[in-house]
Write a protein of this length. Structure first.
Length: 457
């Protein structure tokens, strides 16, 4: 959930026709030589000695203060409101509703630069983490905290989501406060390129989730799921999450198809200067047609609305892949490498598309519960997920090799995918490594859980 970019031009004027809604995507098209990778990585913080979660008032504010000393600038929703994010250049550090910290990285050409940026972020957090006795956990579902133990970040949108989303799915508060993810943003050159990548990524997302499942603990107990985060997302607002069914029914989809789907999702809010209008009773289509309390829908309202949609792959000014659980530092880079190899090499994209075309929506929807429960031990229809995952990783490795971006030691980007490739070769997902030696239902002590799930290990 990254911050919307600053408003430019005349985006505060009322929308005149539906074609303007597609222009948000069209304006983001760029030539292939300008393609970049944008990483988003979330993590939990707890007090290492006790396992108590990071709070906002005493914890986040001090972490933000330390980042300010490194040149990060605070961002507020109103002139005198609380700090809800930090920004430096094109990168930002933002907060999820339960005080999960997210680095939304700069747009970078190759994975070696992404790795350097991640490591610099961890290094900046290290002194204040030591001072506060914090350890960072990178796993898809909070392994320690109950809902009552977590804070609510004071951001206007989160207050609306807190009330509205539970009416649309019983797992809403868990999604908001007890899940964490690693996401990746990719560019597109045209409408055809954007929709092709969107459709391929959507069709592959249940397999990608199983391949990267990394959320097997809850409240110190070993769960029956390889990805509890995945199970949470199966019980969310269906109008704004999931696999976007309209894209499975058309041979040649378009920006307009995404617009039509997004128009039917319920709104959270919109802003006029510093006033926040809560309007959860409307879809954006209704807002566009009827307005709300005398206000008419603007392009900026549309941008905000697009950022409140949570499908497995989201279209904005970039294509955002959202299917994967949070990972360790090593496997965060592996996830980013997997996506980069698949989407930024034409041959790899074509090969991935062949796999994706073999999946029907009904087959995938039927398989999703088993994929988040069993990881690569599950099946998609009659095919073992492990075999499909191995094919996908091989395709991505080929794509990374052909990209041929070498680091100072002459190693190309395949080095980042290799730890995940090794797991997949043995039919394992990251959760299987976390669960080594454990049994379902087993209760773990705080030190052991921290040792198994800490970000850097």
């Amino acid at each position: 959930m990254s911050i919307i970019a600053p408003v430019q031009g005349d985006e505060h004027r009322p929308i005149r026709d539906l074609d303007e809604l597609s222009e948000v995507f069209r304006a983001a098209e760029k030539p292939r030589e300008q393609f970049r990778i944008g990483a988003e990585a979330e993590k939990f913080a707890v007090v290492e000695r006790t396992g108590v979660p990071l709070d906002y008032e005493h914890g986040v504010t001090r972490v933000f203060g330390a980042l300010a000393a490194s040149g990060w600038l605070p961002e507020r929703e109103s002139h005198d409101g609380p700090v809800i994010a930090m920004r430096r250049g094109s990168a930002s550090v933002t907060l999820e509703p339960g005080a999960q910290l997210e680095l939304s990285g700069s747009a970078l050409v190759e994975l070696h630069a992404v790795a350097r940026e991640l490591d610099a972020h961890y290094a900046e957090l290290a002194p204040v983490s030591a001072e506060l006795g914090l350890v960072w956990l990178s796993v898809g579902f909070h392994p320690l905290a109950r809902q009552a133990e977590l804070p609510w970040v004071p951001k206007a949108r989160y207050g609306v989501m807190k009330e509205y989303l539970p009416t649309r799915g019983h797992a809403a508060h868990d999604m908001m406060r007890r899940t964490a993810t690693v996401q990746a943003n990719f560019d597109f050159s045209s409408e055809e390129d954007a929709i092709r990548k969107l459709v391929v990524s959507l069709r592959l997302s249940p397999l990608l989730h199983a391949l990267t499942a990394n959320a097997p603990f809850a409240e110190r107990r070993v769960s029956s799921f390889k990805s509890l985060r995945g199970d949470v997302w199966l019980h969310m607002d269906p109008a704004r999450s999931g696999l976007i069914p309209p894209f499975w029914r058309k041979e040649r989809a378009s920006y307009r198809d995404y617009v039509e789907w997004a128009l039917e999702a319920g709104m959270f809010l919109f802003k006029r200067e510093e006033r926040v209008y809560k309007n959860t009773g409307q879809t954006f289509r209704a807002f566009l047609a009827d307005g709300f309390e005398g206000e008419r829908a603007t392009v900026e309202d549309w941008r905000v609305h697009l950022n409140t949609l949570f499908p497995e792959v989201r279209l904005k000014s970039t294509l955002e892949l959202r299917a994967c659980d949070a990972q360790s530092r090593e496997l965060t880079l592996a996830v980013l490498a997997l996506f980069t190899g698949l989407l930024y090499d034409e041959r790899a994209l074509a090969d991935a598309e062949l796999i994706a075309r073999g999946f029907e929506l009904e087959t995938l929807e039927a398989a999703r519960p088993a994929l988040v429960r069993d990881g690569l031990a599950a099946r998609i229809g009659s095919e073992p997920a492990a075999a499909l995952a191995e094919r996908l990783v091989d395709i991505a490795l080929g794509g990374l090799e052909r990209r041929a971006f070498a680091d100072d030691a002459g190693r190309d980007e395949r080095r980042y995918l290799e730890p995940l490739a090794e797991l997949v070769l043995h039919g394992k997902c990251p959760a299987d490594a976390l669960l080594a030696g454990l049994s379902p239902g087993e209760i773990l002590g705080v030190p052991e859980l921290i040792a198994r799930t800490r970000l850097l290990r």
